[in-house]
Design a protein around this ligand. Structure first.
Ligand SMILES: [Zn+2]
Length: 545
């Protein structure tokens, strides 16, 4: 049984990567054993990997709650995946997966509607999986945490709790989503110029709050960013957002609305280069420009790794004359994940025998493990796993056994699996230090049959060199390389010619690298191609071998 299948977005150092997917070799090798998937909620890091996964394995049935169901359906349609069997689940539904798994959906709170914990009953014991959660006692959608069902499960015994660790380092409680209303209300009611509000496209509750406040304030709203438009439409169809039919105006009509009446909801809260807000900040947006006095409210916090691009976005918006409202202490964003006191509450509701923190970076998992200890879980029964570790449960007893192949797959323009770490490293080298190509021709006697050729891009020239003298220097290094080999080994047969060429290649590479190291401390991508009478030796990419 699978629980969720997400994707991640690349960090700035993953050059040219569009999305990051989990490596699923283990699932491919065991594809005949897969009976179905349970989806907890509709965030991209829980459903974005499903369509790519279906290209490699068959999932006989996918159970998903309302909003997640609708989002997955729209992804399947877009990818032209027909006939995938899916079932729409509701609160307290119990579903059977294969012979051994019986799963109950228990409503929780999160930053998206229709989010669930799972009670998973198996012959080996009972597992509670928290899903992504927080305790919000006054949720925007009036979907209340089904604490009673969870407590009942705890009462009859939980063998293993698997729980969300995102905010394990944060003391106290995560505020209710409603905590953002006063500040948003003040801004929407009092704006005198255009008001831009950016948040995560998937933050349906936040989008709902903005739409309702704008409606009350008699303002017009437009939405920039395909993912946000899509999610707002689906949420409206499902009844999570109730607004009059023509309330959201088309992008191309924004200039017909007086600026003081206009609220623009937009994607790009993470400073993503091609998102609407970044294009607006660069003055490249088709329909809208920042004018002095416009306000931009960033109703999101940067995901770790995105701080630089978010800061750059904020700077660019200020530079265009906007007033940017961002950061902590503004109550314009609250997290969708439980802080320590809420994690303790879940632990105490379940009182599990075994505890496995999940969903977080290693230090967060450890911290969550400590919280588990404080709540009385036996330290020997707390399992902090690395990706790929197997936690085995038998008769309610858990142990970490073996590992399976796991990791990430970087996707560039939908060519799944084509990018590996070496390609990213090569891109980084080209991006930071440039590129040098050297082509030499040798004959069967190990002599150059033509003058070596050289091409460079983006190279920092050493002091005292211009481009011509620099190239001349590198070419003389290729001659030195050849001279160092003459007499020692002369190619007399074709086999020797191959060996000779390979050695020449590596000597040229190291000579050029030494020179660059001494003179510039820069390490461009260097490619040396040796052409010989009977063929080309595979180029050596220096620095990577
Ligand atoms: Zn989530």
């Amino acid at each position: 049984m699978l629980v969720d299948a997400g994707l991640a977005f690349p960090t700035a150092s993953m050059i040219g990567v569009d999305i990051v997917l989990p490596k699923i070799n283990y699932l491919v090798a065991n594809k005949d054993r897969i009976r179905g998937m349970i989806v907890t909620h509709g965030h991209e890091d829980h459903i974005g990997g499903i369509v790519p996964m279906l290209r490699e394995i068959n999932i006989p049935i996918i159970y998903a709650p309302g909003l997640a169901y609708a989002l997955i359906q729209s992804k399947l349609k877009e990818a032209n995946v027909l006939h995938q069997k899916m079932v729409w689940t509701k609160a307290r539904d119990r579903v059977q997966i294969g012979q051994h798994f019986s799963v109950q959906y228990i409503r929780n709170n999160h930053s998206i509607a229709d989010s669930y914990c799972l009670i998973i009953d198996t012959p080996a014991g009972r597992i509670v999986h928290s899903g992504d959660f927080k305790f919000d006692h006054s949720p925007v959608e009036n979907q209340y945490f089904d604490i009673r069902s969870l407590a009942a499960a705890g009462e009859s015994g939980v063998d293993l709790l698997i729980s969300d660790s995102t905010n394990a380092e944060r003391a106290g409680y995560t505020p209710s989503e409603k905590a953002v209303i006063p500040k948003l209300k003040e801004m929407i009611f009092n704006s005198r110029k255009k008001l831009f509000i950016t948040t995560f496209a998937s933050q349906v509750s936040r989008v709902k709050i903005v739409l309702q406040l704008a409606l009350q304030a008699n303002k017009k709203v437009t939405i920039f960013g395909r993912s946000m438009v899509n999610l707002a439409n689906i949420s409206k169809d499902l009844g999570f957002i109730s607004i009059p039919d023509n309330f959201i105006i088309k992008q191309e009509e924004v200039n017909k609305i007086p600026p003081e009446d206009l609220v623009i909801l937009t994607t790009g809260s993470q400073g993503e280069q091609f998102a609407a807000l970044s294009r607006i900040a660069r003055n490249e947006h088709k329909y809208v420009k920042i004018q002095a006095g416009d306000q931009v409210l960033i109703s999101a916090s940067p995901i770790p790794g995105n701080e630089k691009s978010v800061n750059h976005l904020i700077d660019s918006l200020f530079a265009r004359g906007a007033d940017v409202i961002y950061g902590l202490g503004q109550t314009i964003h609250v997290s969708g994940h439980a802080s320590q006191e809420e994690q303790k509450m879940l632990l105490n509701l379940c009182r599990p025998v075994n505890f496995m923190p999940c969903h977080g970076e290693y230090r967060m998992l450890l911290k969550h493990g400590e919280t588990g200890m404080k709540c009385g879980v036996n330290p020997d029964n707390i399992f902090v796993l690395d990706n790929g570790d197997i936690l085995e449960m038998q008769d309610g007893k858990c142990s970490i056994n073996e590992r399976v192949d796991s990791g990430i797959v970087l996707v560039d323009n939908d060519n799944v699996g084509r990018l590996d770490e070496d390609i990213i490293l090569e891109r980084k080298m080209i991006l930071s230090d440039g590129f040098i190509l050297v082509v030499v021709n040798i004959n069967a006697y190990g002599q150059y049959s033509a003058e070596p050729k050289l091409n460079t891009k983006g190279i920092l020239l050493p002091l005292g060199f211009d481009e011509r003298s620099f190239k001349k220097e590198l070419i003389s290094l290729t001659h030195e390389a050849l001279e160092s080999m003459i007499d020692k080994e002369k190619p007399s047969s074709i086999e020797n010619l191959d060996k000779f060429s390979l050695k020449l290649q590596s000597i040229i590479s190291s000579k050029i690298y030494n020179f660059l190291d001494n003179r510039t401390r820069r390490y461009p991508l260097l490619e040396v191609v040796v052409l010989s009478n009977h063929g080309t030796v595979k180029p050596v990419v220096a620095g990577l071998n």
